[in-house]
Design a protein around this ligand. Sequence first.
Ligand SMILES: NC(=O)c1ccc[n+]([C@@H]2O[C@H](COP(=O)([O-])OP(=O)(O)OC[C@H]3O[C@@H](n4cnc5c(N)ncnc54)[C@H](OP(=O)(O)O)[C@@H]3O)[C@@H](O)[C@H]2O)c1
Length: 257
Amino acid sequence: MRKTMFEYKPPQDLLKNKTILITGASDGIGRACANSFADHGATVILLSRTQPKLEQVYDEIEARHPGRVIIQPLDLRTAVSEDFKLLADSIDEQFGCLDGLLHNAALLGARNPIEFYPDEDWKNLMQVNVNAPFLLTKVLLPVLSRATDGRLLFTASSVGRQGRAYWGGYGVSKFAIEGLMQTLADELQDTTSIRVNSINPGGTRTAMRREAYPAEDPNTQPEPEALMPVYLYIMGPEGSGFHGQAIDVRGFTGAMQ
Ligand SMILES: NC(=O)c1ccc[n+]([C@@H]2O[C@H](COP(=O)([O-])OP(=O)(O)OC[C@H]3O[C@@H](n4cnc5c(N)ncnc54)[C@H](OP(=O)(O)O)[C@@H]3O)[C@@H](O)[C@H]2O)c1
């Protein structure tokens, strides 16, 4: 039986005065988060690799919330430590603190048995899905620590919680993300107010889902907008009770899972 979606009607100013960086904000779930966080009061910094797509999301948000959206084109596959440092310095200079960081960008890569898995795909997946969140988190921790109620949210997948044949580098990269989340949650538990969690959106009608399941009728999956109540809840003040948790959008009730 399909699990029901969390029902939550957040106040319009839930994220007022918050600054939130979202990776992979040009499409799919990241784009929905960018729009939804901005609609609930946040200033959003949108990072992705394809500038024209980012500009489209910028236009959407800027039209409704002038002055509350910034875009940062960056290819996480080729970005190096200095690129992340420049970004962190510019956020620090402009805002003095960062209230939320949503690591959402990811690659899917090949769907092959490990024996035949392409080396190049493996490397790219580890770079975009694991190394980039590590490097970005590392340079942004000082700015996140200055927020009064910070959020660090990683994007998980069910194939990164229980290994599944043919999900290769993608599944393994999502296991690594759970490990990074748990390590950070333990390190930051008592020293900062940052709450660290991972969120598994579950099957969602996006380009990545189409790539993974080309024969599937897309209408069988919810649109990214349907997931927003859970993302908003975790980013907002009620999310402060969650720390070190592997959250599933499906079946989320607002109580610890
Ligand atoms: N959709 C699902 O069913 C599902 C299920 C479980 C987990 N997830 C996870 O949810 C997250 C979002 O997935 P989605 O379905 O929304 O994916 P999507 O529609 O394919 O969007 C992926 C986003 O990541 C960006 N991105 C990819 N490679 C990048 C790179 N090298 N540098 C910078 N940005 C890059 C893309 O930018 P461009 O637009 O510029 O390419 C795009 O904005 C991912 O972490 C995914 O693993 C999704």
